[in-house]
Design a protein around this ligand. Structure first.
Ligand code: NAP
Length: 860
């Protein structure tokens, strides 16, 4: 555990501390070289036959991992030994198993160890605690994990605690004017009088929104600050002065811990805990599929759709206002493009600007209003249970098709229709080479080309696929070649007597693309539907164009969103040909929602024949319009933050370094209306540049049209706050408040002036208090109420006691809101390197041990 302790200490202290470690083991021989070469001192101690090692004398901290070997040793002697080697006020942290897992029980049995029951483990812990207390240890805290370990912290308090003198107890009220000078004087006194062991007790009992925690965290890192202790009476139960002779204050005094919070009748403290692994998970019936941060197939997960809201003024990519039709999705079709995006193999292109989801662009389902069966396209997010579909991109599903049939036709037939009929002007009886003939597009091409009585050549990857094409489409065996090498080129040349084919529908890459290019007859057409070589800007020789060859690059996705009427024409063609044998739904490989990753992986193997479909609802046997919908399966999904484009978001201090980046992130996740507060309005060229750029984005793409209002109303006053809220509400209902306003006045308390101290506090607390109070009074229902706090508050930072106090007040306000069922969130950011108040600055305070984080790590 030595390494874990070292890592914990390094990460929980924000200034470097020099620790000398000693590891006691039964035999040094068994210790890995890693530890021998470290700064850890290794000693041998066999508890069965030697006394507790005296080398550990005067330790500040002993970590003891209990094991069966220690059970036979007399507990009192063992604890007395440890008590003797720990220095006064030092700690003993003992770690026990309180519950054994099945594998542990089995292993114990295999190793011939005593068969232990959980009751034995419990007894061991009780006996240990009793013995520890009897030799003089104070029990401080106990922490359980969920896999059967408990850590118990004891402290050695040798000397009888001295009752604090009256002048060493300072009341920290919410108004710093009442205590600032006294506290400053006392700290200076303490610094100058190093020999004193008197503690200075700070007591806060006037309000649960007191900032004492951030204050003491910072002050304890300043010269003279080690003597500080605090009692934060969260419930404001202490009336008058604290009676250190009575419980729980007598215990607080003797435990001598710096921070003591009295809440709900218990004494505790504030701690950072690692978030639970599934902190962002919930059960939901409404979800969509997306890749996570890693952008690989293992990160594919279903996300909660609850907060996804469509703008009332939604525009498509060519600035036409869209009419949105809410639809319930039953099936979505998979395309190779999805796999390429999900694995990061192709770059995302401009879509990345306006959406965090790039996968899923065809679906079948029912209109939520009429129940009519519809199928259609969208830019992304179609692997989902519901969608607000653009009415120009959907159409009725022919009665004889199932939902899965419908999605098997959309991108496949639209690609072939557009590539071969619309662009290559395919004529009856022409010859064609179709690559990957057993895939979705390949089969659609075969079907259409057979209808056009073409002379068809195909390539495939496996024998199964060959058999499938021979059986399903009656393609003769000698017209089917392998797509895994370039032999098809020679065979086609041979069969066509050197002439080649009139058309190639190509999806192969590299040398196979070159070979395909060579297969085209004079005046032929090369129809490229693959994306990879296009993205890679592969070069093709110009010489062949002398033979009047046409190269046709097909990007149906571009056409779908950039040419109005394209989809309508495709649907007209689809309805005209859905019964005459030209369009036949393609066979499907159907996966359930919970098998989504498997479906993606299946496509990467290249073994599938036909269309891969992800089904989120089972289709009803009744194909008519209906009002009830089959429910979706409840899944455990990931929650993600999204903003409502129809609401206004207030960002106080929004023209600051963090604020200007933050707006972009909020926009990316949906927000379109902002009110930014500032004392002086737009001043710098950079602020002007960003605001101009936001405006011009909306000019080019109405989807991005963003309203940004800069307000100079003074939120530190109620009047100013009321005006700000009214202005924001004039834009649209207020969706949230993000409090970023800040004025820093860093200085050790001994050199600080009251005015500067108070200015920093006011810059954070007053506006936040006003916004909380007045939004409650006006019954404004806020989805977000967030303050940007700092690690300087949570861990402390010398020179920032005012900032620590202020952030702490804001954090307590968030707690009070959450108690009342309202939103409230404080984020303790680390120092940010590239923008904001610390950008380009050398931090010369104790925060120097914290690596500056980059702004993009804050806005993932
Ligand atoms: N940057 C970091 O490393 C970091 C780390 C942890 C936490 N944070 C937190 O993140 C937030 C933003 O930090 P930042 O780096 O963007 O700071 P910043 O660049 O200094 O921006 C803060 C802005 O607040 C504005 N402001 C001050 N008093 C105001 C008032 N009364 N009303 C309206 N606006 C006021 C200032 O603009 P005007 O002069 O125009 O009024 C200033 O531009 C702060 O709350 C900070 O505590 C930042």
């Amino acid at each position: 555990m030595a390494r874990e302790v070292d890592t914990q200490l390094a990460s929980s202290h924000i200034y470097p501390i020099d620790v000398s470690y000693t590891i006691a083991v039964k035999s040094v021989g068994g210790v890995s070289d890693d530890y021998k070469n470290q700064s850890f001192k290794l000693i041998e101690w066999n508890p069965e036959n030697s006394v507790f090692p005296t080398e550990i004398n005067s330790s500040n901290f002993i970590l003891l991992k209990d094991s069966n070997d220690l059970w036979d040793i007399d507990l009192d002697t063992q604890l007395q030994d440890m008590f003797d080697v720990i220095s006064d006020k030092g700690f003993l942290l003992s770690v026990f198993r309180y519950q054994l897992t099945e594998p542990e029980l089995a292993l114990n049995q295999m190793n011939g160890k005593k068969a232990l029951k959980n009751a034995d483990l419990e007894k061991r812990i009780v006996d240990f605690v009793k013995a520890a207390q009897s030799v003089g240890f104070n029990l401080i805290a106990r922490k359980l994990d969920s896999i059967g370990s408990v850590a118990i912290l004891f402290r050695k308090l040798f000397s009888e605690p001295k009752l604090p003198k009256k002048e060493n107890i300072i009341q920290i009220s919410s108004n710093p004017e009442k205590w600032f000078e006294t506290l400053k004087e006392k700290i200076v006194e303490q610094k100058e009088n190093e020999s004193t062991d008197e503690s200075l007790w700070l007591i806060a009992n006037d309000s649960s929104k007191n900032g004492i925690i951030g204050l003491i965290n910072c002050l304890r890192l300043e010269p003279g600050g080690e003597c500080l202790r605090c009692v934060f009476d969260y419930d404001n139960l202490i009336k008058g002065s604290v009676k250190f002779t009575e419980k729980p204050y007598s215990d607080i005094l003797s435990n001598d811990l710096p921070i003591n919070v009295l809440k709900n009748g218990k004494v505790g403290t504030y701690r950072h805990f690692t978030l639970n692994k599934d902190y962002d998970k919930k059960e939901s019936n409404d979800y969509f599929l997306n890749v996570g941060h890693n952008r690989d197939l293992a990160s594919l997960q279903w996300y909660d759709s609850k907060n996804l809201v469509t703008s009332k003024d939604d525009y498509d990519l060519i600035n036409n206002k869209t009419n949105k039709i809410p639809c319930n999705i039953y099936s979505a079709g998979m395309n190779f493009r999805d796999v390429m995006f999900a694995t990061g193999r192709i770059a995302s292109g401009p879509q990345m600007l306006f959406t965090d989801c790039l996968i899923g662009f065809e679906f079948a389902g029912r209109r939520a209003d009429t129940g009519e069966r519809v199928c259609g396209f969208d830019m992304s997010r179609c692997y989902a249970t519901s969608i607000d579909a653009n009415d120009e991109l959907i159409s009725r599903i022919p009665d004889n098709w199932s939902m899965d049939d419908a999605v098997s036709v959309l991108s496949t037939y639209s690609t072939v229709w557009y590539g071969l009929i619309e662009r290559a002007h395919m004529q009856k009886g022409e010859s064609i080479l179709i690559h990957s003939g057993a895939g979705g597009v390949g089969q659609a091409a075969i079907s259409i080309c057979q209808f056009y009585e073409c002379d068809i050549y195909v390539t495939i990857g496996t024998e199964d696929k060959k058999k499938f094409l021979m059986n399903t489409y009656n393609i003769p065996e000698n017209r089917i070649f392998s797509s895994r090498n370039t032999q098809f080129k020679y065979k086609i040349k041979e069969i066509t007597k050197g002439k080649g084919v009139d058309m190639v529908l190509n999806s192969l890459t590299g040398d196979k693309l070159d070979a395909s290019y060579e297969c085209i007859a004079d005046c032929g057409r090369f129809v490229e539907i693959g994306k990879f070589d296009l993205q890679m800007n592969k070069q093709l020789g110009m010489f062949s164009f002398l033979r009047d060859i046409s190269f046709i690059g097909v990007s149906v996705d571009q056409k779908l969103y950039m040419k109005r009427g394209f989809v309508i024409r495709f649907f007209e063609w689809m309805h005209k040909n859905c019964d005459n044998g030209m369009i036949k739904p393609i066979n499907q490989n159907v996966f359930k929602a919970e098998e989504a990753e498997k479906a993606f992986r299946f496509m990467t193997t290249g073994k599938h024949i036909g269309k891969i479909v992800i089904r989120t609802r089972e289709e009803e046997s009744n194909k008519n319009a209906k009002s009830g919908f089959t429910p979706t399966k409840k899944l455990v999904v990931t929650r993600k933050t999204y903003f409502n484009p129809n609401k206004t978001y207030i960002i106080t201090g929004g023209l600051g370094g963090f604020g200007l980046e933050f707006i972009h992130w909020m926009m990316f996740l949906g927000a379109r209306k902002f009110v930014l507060t500032s004392r002086h309005g737009v001043k710098t060229d950079y602020q002007k540049f960003i605001l101009r750029r936001l405006a011009s984005l909306g000019g080019n793409l109405k989807q991005f049209a963003t309203k940004v209002v800069v307000s100079t109303h003074d939120c530190n006053t109620s009047d100013g706050t009321k005006k700000l809220l009214a202005d924001a509400q004039n834009l649209a209902p207020i969706g949230g408040v993000f409090h970023l306003a800040l004025v820093l006045n860093d200085c050790l308390l001994e050199n600080q002036t009251y005015d500067k101290f108070q200015e920093t506090i006011d810059s954070k607390t007053k506006a936040f208090e006003n916004l909380d109070k007045i939004s409650r009074e006006l019954s404004i229902d806020l989805d977000y109420f967030v303050v940007f706090s700092s690690v300087a508050c949570g861990k402390g930072n010398a020179g920032q006691s005012n900032y620590g106090f202020a952030n702490s007040v804001c954090e307590r306000i968030c707690e009070s809101r959450r108690r009342d069922g309202l939103h409230g969130l404080a984020i303790q950011w680390g120092p940010i390197g590239d923008v904001g108040v610390l950008a380009d600055s050398e931090i010369n305070t104790s925060l120097a041990a914290v690596v500056k984080q980059r702004i993009n790590s804050c806005l993932e």
